[in-house]
Structure formats: structure tokens, C-alpha cells
Design a protein around this ligand. Structure first.
Ligand SMILES: [Ca+2]
Length: 494
């Protein structure tokens, strides 16, 4: 019964392949919290008889639920002590008893084995499961007869030993509600084995078998056929108690075979004591259930391990400049991300690139930084500050300067400009084309004038010179003894 999904077995046959992993199956009931809404002897002492004691005369054996208690915890204590419900001598309502197990976290349940004690197995009942303890879904129906499956549960009975046509089929069976044996009968319910997805766990089957709460809703005690008519037509309290004291439920053991949900990425489920079990994740997966890729391993999207694929999470290529990354489908579609083999495959985007790096793979430099030629992408020094002057914050070894600004760091004006100011760039020198030695000027905007020319912009004759023109000013002449200077315009006007 306790069979790990064959994925694990297949992995053993192919030790070199990266295949899925499954942890061992544990008895989850032994750590569960169990409760029932009715127990023999609670609140007052109660006498009962056993169906297996064949004679019905008053000298047959009597027992009581006082000297020996039968609390529901006996059903998971690992001993032969048992839980017992009140007999229907106390009333018809004791056909309906509910037992609930809280596994305290969500597990994948592979099978459930229930062992009766001193009574036949329950007749009609529903095995249910829940993730939240509020909404319960049926796992399987059990009925005294095949016709009861239709009458009580509106389900076509599955004849013979239970079989399953789909991963999520909920069947009704009378196989485990038979009268014999009168004591110590067993109910074996398989939730994985025998279903189509058992060999390579499907998500449907994983969802179907996931549970934190398990509920047994017992709805009808199995009776001798001879008593059936009497019991169905009379109130039990009007029937001879020798008959009704024999009808109750008893369970000496409930085993819940299951495992941590690790999505095929763990072969070990460890106790994080006191009370929690957790997967020891492999394949670079993280999370309580190995349900996500570890930080830095998001080059491909997370997937559960399968028989054919381990689906190991793949490391992002961040050139050792980032610890984490995330997966982006668009980045994958347009092939922007390099994997660790330098191939554009996957959608890993590095997060918080260090050392002034940037980009999907931390392969470029952040604004204001550059990588000198010959320095490799994974160099531990990362990128170098551009030290650009002014507003420009972009460089590729050479800063990208504002207009009229030059220098690797944009720290000086281009020829013909002066007065570099951060954010404003440089002003034109405005040197006169005819009166200047060059187009450049000093930091105050003063141009270098040819002989005989003066002014910050070299645009008029100096004292003693006249006739400002294309070749400068002429020397002093007697007829030009005036002392004032001539502007270019006044000269041209002569
Ligand atoms: Ca027990």
C-alpha cells in the first residue's frame, strides 16, 4: 500500500538523470489532532454488548464504557485500544457521528487505512477532505449496499474492489461495508495508486490528494440483516436494548499515509520541531513546499519535477553582480537575457546590480559610469565613474557632453566658446572674423586680436589705427589724427 509514486522508482533506475524526487510516506495520523462529536460513556456510563457474542439471551456478556474509556484519541494512539461511539440504544441520532483529523498542515495523502475494533465496519459513510477546515469535499463514499450508493449518494456504485477511472473520480463502494468480519475489519482507501496519474503525478491528482483536514462522516451503522426491518420501523429506544446495545461504531486505528508536498523537488521531509514538517528542497528550489525557485535561480520559470524532467531551477547570469533575479516572459520572448552559458535563452532579470552595473544581466554600466576597454564584464571592480561635468550623466569612456562642451569628462568648452557652467554649457566667444587671431577666447570671453585691433571681440581698431577691414587696421596717418576709436560700422561707413 505504502508505495511512493513511481516517479521516485524511475529516478532510481536512471541515477544520472535529473528526475523528480519524492519524500517517504509517513503516518500523518500519529501527529494529528483528532476529535469526534460522540463517544461511548461520555457523558454518562453506558453498557454495551458485542455483535460477535452470538447469543441474544440476557446471560450474554455485557461491557461498559466506564471502567474502560474509549476516547477518539485511541484511534491514533498506535495501540489496540479503540474509540467507540454511543450505541443506538441512546437514540437513532447516533447513526450520525463525525470524526475529524487536523493534520496541522497541508499534505499529500496517498492512502487511509481504518481498522474496526469490536464491531463491524461502518455501513454508510463519507470520507472527506479539506484544506481550510471550512469547505469539505468528498474523497469517497461507502455504502451498505450498491443500491444505497444510488439512493443515499446518487452515485453509480463501483462494483467489486475499488477502481478509479480518473485522477479525481469520487466513487461509491459497498466493498468495505460488508458485515463480515464482525470485528477487526479493515477499510483500505487508496487515493493515488490505481489512478491514471499515479505514475507521473499530475496536478489534478496532486490537488485531489492535498488535505489538511480529513473527516469521516459516519451515517449508518452496519446491522444484521435480521434486525434491519425492526430498526427501520421502530425508534431504537422502543426496541429491546439487548438488540440496540450491540449497534455502535468502533475504530481501533486510523492510519493516514502521506507526505510533505514538495512538488518532485525533495526526497526528504524533516521535522522542524515541535510540530512542523518541511521539505528539504533540492533542484535549486525554495519555499516550504519547494514551490518556487531559490533567489538567483529564476532564469526559467519554476515547474514541478516530473518523471522525464527534474525541472531544476536555473541560475541567472548576473556576472556575480547581483544575488537575485526574477523571471520575465517578455524578456524571454525577445531574447534579452543571457543564461550562464552565454546563450540568449530564458527570462532572468537581475535585481539590484552592484558595483555601478546595470542591465538584464548586470552587463552594462549604470548612468554616470563606464567600463574601460579590455575590462571583462565580471570584473570585481565593476564600472568606473565617468566624472562628467555638467548635466550629462552618460558616458562610454567619453562623457556625452552638452553642445559646445568637450573633453572626456566634459570639463571644457569647444574652440570658439567660453564660460563653462554646469547645466548651461558654454557661450560663443563671438570673436570678430577679421580682427581675431583665432575663434577662441579666454575664460572671460576675450578674443586674441591681430595688431592694430582691440576690444574683447577684436571688433575695432586700437588707438592710432584706422580703417578696420578684412586685413585689420592701418597704421596712423596725419589726416587721421583723431583719437577716438572707430567701430567696424563707422569704418565701413567711410
Ligand atoms: Ca488504537
Amino acid at each position: 500500500m505504502a508505495k511512493t509514486p513511481s516517479c521516485g522508482a524511475t529516478a532510481a533506475l536512471h541515477p544520472n538523470a535529473l528526475l523528480c524526487l519524492f519524500p517517504a510516506i509517513l503516518n500523518l495520523a500519529s501527529n494529528a489532532v483528532i476529535s469526534s462529536n460522540a463517544t461511548c460513556g461520555d457523558p454518562q456510563p453506558e453498557v454495551y454488548c458485542k455483535l460477535s457474542d452470538s447469543t441474544l439471551d440476557s446471560s450474554s456478556s455485557h461491557y461498559d464504557c466506564f471502567t474502560e474509556r474509549h476516547p477518539i484519541t485511541n484511534a491514533i494512539d498506535g495501540t489496540n485500544q479503540w474509540w467507540q461511539s454511543p450505541s443506538i440504544k441512546n437514540g437513532r441520532q447516533f447513526h450520525w457521528v463525525t470524526i475529524t483529523l487536523d493534520l496541522k498542515q497541508i499534505f499529500q495523502v496517498a492512502y487511509i487505512i481504518i481498522k474496526a475494533a469490536n464491531s463491524p465496519r461502518p455501513g454508510n459513510w463519507v470520507l472527506e477532505r479539506s484544506l481550510d477546515g471550512v469547505t469539505f469535499d468528498p474523497w469517497q463514499f461507502y455504502a451498505i449496499s450498491d443500491s444505497e450508493c444510488l439512493i443515499r449518494y446518487n452515485i453509480t456504485p463501483r462494483l467489486g474492489p475499488p477502481t478509479y477511472k480518473s485522477d479525481t473520480e469520487v466513487i461509491c463502494t459497498s466493498y468495505y461495508s460488508r458485515l463480515n468480519p464482525l470485528e477487526h475489519g479493515e477499510i483500505h482507501t487508496s487515493l493515488i495508486n490505481g489512478r491514471p496519474g499515479a505514475d507521473d503525478l499530475t496536478s489534478d491528482l496532486l490537488n485531489f490528494t492535498s488535505a489538511r483536514f480529513i473527516r469521516l462522516r459516519l451515517q449508518r451503522i452496519r446491522t444484521l440483516n435480521a434486525d434491519l426491518m425492526t430498526l427501520s420501523t421502530h425508534d431504537p429506544q422502543d426496541i429491546d436494548p439487548i438488540v440496540t446495545r450491540r449497534y455502535y461504531y468502533s475504530i481501533k486505528d486510523i492510519s493516514v499515509g502521506g507526505m510533505c508536498i514538495c512538488y518532485g523537488h525533495s526526497s526528504l521531509c524533516l521535522c522542524l520541531c515541535p510540530q512542523k514538517l518541511q521539505c528539504v528542497c533540492e533542484h535549486n528550489t525554495c519555499g516550504e513546499s519547494c514551490n518556487e525557485c531559490c533567489p538567483g535561480y529564476h532564469q526559467q520559470p519554476w515547474q514541478p519535477g516530473t518523471v522525464s524532467e527534474g525541472n531544476t531551477c536555473e541560475k541567472c547570469n548576473c556576472y556575480n553582480k547581483a544575488e537575485d533575479c526574477f523571471y520575465n516572459q517578455t524578456v524571454a520572448d525577445v531574447r534579452l537575457s543571457l543564461n550562464i552559458h552565454g546563450v540568449r535563452q530564458g527570462g532572468g532579470v537581475c535585481v539590484a546590480c552592484r558595483q555601478n552595473t546595470a542591465g538584464v544581466n548586470c552587463e552594462t554600466c549604470a548612468d554616470g559610469f563606464y567600463r574601460p576597454a579590455q575590462v571583462p564584464t565580471d570584473n570585481p571592480l565593476g564600472c568606473t565613474d565617468c566624472f562628467c561635468f555638467g548635466v550629462s550623466n552618460v558616458c562610454e569612456s567619453q562623457c556625452v557632453c552638452q553642445e559646445n562642451v568637450t573633453g572626456r569628462t566634459c570639463d571644457r568648452c569647444q574652440s570658439g566658446f567660453f564660460g563653462l557652467q554646469s547645466g548651461r554649457g558654454c557661450q560663443a566667444c563671438g570673436c570678430s572674423q577679421w580682427g581675431s587671431l583665432s575663434e577662441s577666447c579666454d575664460n572671460e570671453g576675450r578674443c586674441q586680436c591681430v595688431v592694430g585691433v582691440a576690444g574683447d571681440k577684436c571688433d575695432h581698431c586700437s588707438h592710432g589705427y584706422y580703417g578696420f577691414h578684412g586685413d585689420g587696421c592701418k597704421g596712423s596717418h596725419s589726416e587721421h589724427t583723431h583719437t577716438h576709436t572707430h567701430t567696424l560700422e563707422s569704418v565701413c561707413a567711410r
